[in-house]
Design a protein around this ligand. Structure first.
Ligand code: ZN
Ligand code: FE
Ligand code: FE
Ligand code: ZN
Length: 267
């Protein structure tokens, strides 16, 4: 088994378990390397409006970095990378860049969890889908994904078709939207994540969908692997399915990062 690059910690306010338990679970499952990528503080909102059940406080970010460095030392030579899952909010690129500059991350996952200030992947805000035109929503989502990749702020686009999470899908064929987004991702030299959390939500399939992944393969976009574990037992969850899918499409390696430089493991 290769690597799990999308692991949360209880610092985000909605995950459980000690960091050491996540590491122990990874080693037990035979993962060769892991990356901790907890949610970035909600830098795009005024301090008083930040939801601490979504992400840590800004003053906790140095503590997070320190905690990961501690387990790196404790479990050395087992490889534990310092990552971060960072929201992309159009127009807030400077604020994000300033925050990312402060620490020596191995990689940054870029995520779109908000569209027009609507947290569309939040179960408490699911009613928002009723008010929207799904064609327009998907178009906005994939345009924003391309824009995020082109921003140069991220190494890996996480759960690239997260908009399908609750199973709201447009009737029309959206291959064109995929194609446009992937083209920009490829041109920007950004990787995409194969994330198994999609299997555990109403969408019921890996992020991204097979069709999206095939286009990524055509454009030679490297892929990383992540469980999006918010509890230790989910580390490496369903990776057999993810690796089977990747192999069926033609992928032969998984990307890893050290200080934001790429490396590859064969699968
Ligand atoms: Zn989370
Ligand atoms: Fe996410
Ligand atoms: Fe996550
Ligand atoms: Zn995530």
């Amino acid at each position: 088994m290769p690597v799990d690059y999308h692991i949360h910690t209880k610092m985000c306010g909605h995950a459980v378990g000690e960091l050491e338990e996540y590491v122990a679970a990874a080693r037990q499952k035979g993962l060769r390397e892991i990356g901790i990528a907890d949610h970035i503080p909600m830098y795009f909102l005024p301090v008083g409006e930040r939801d601490l059940s979504i992400a840590m406080k800004e003053e906790e970010l140095p503590v997070y970095v320190q905690r990961v460095e501690e387990v790196q030392k404790k479990f050395s030579p087992y490889l534990i990378k310092l990552g971060l899952e960072a929201d992309y909010i159009p127009g807030k690129e400077k604020e994000l860049a300033a925050l990312l500059r402060k620490y020596d991350f191995d990689y940054i996952l870029g995520s779109i969890h908000f569209l027009d200030e609507w947290g569309f992947d939040n179960p408490d805000r699911i009613a928002g889908y009723e008010k929207r035109d799904l064609d327009e929503l998907y178009e906005l989502y994939f345009k924003t994904l391309g824009r995020a990749a082109a921003s140069g702020l991220f190494d890996i686009m996480a759960h690239p078709d997260l908009i399908k999470k609750f199973g709201f899908r447009p009737d029309r064929d959206i291959t064109g939207l995929y194609e446009q987004a992937v083209k920009t991702i490829a041109q920007s030299g950004v990787c995409i994540e194969v994330n198994t959390a999609g299997l555990r939500v109403p969408a019921g399939e890996i992020y991204p969908q097979t069709g999206f992944l095939e286009i990524c393969h055509n454009y030679q976009v490297p892929v990383s692997l992540g469980s999006d574990a918010h509890r230790p037992e989910l580390v490496g969850a369903d990776f057999d399915k993810a690796v089977d899918l990747l192999k069926a499409i033609g992928y032969r390696e998984i990307v890893t990062f050290s200080k934001r430089n790429k490396n590859f493991y064969p699968i």
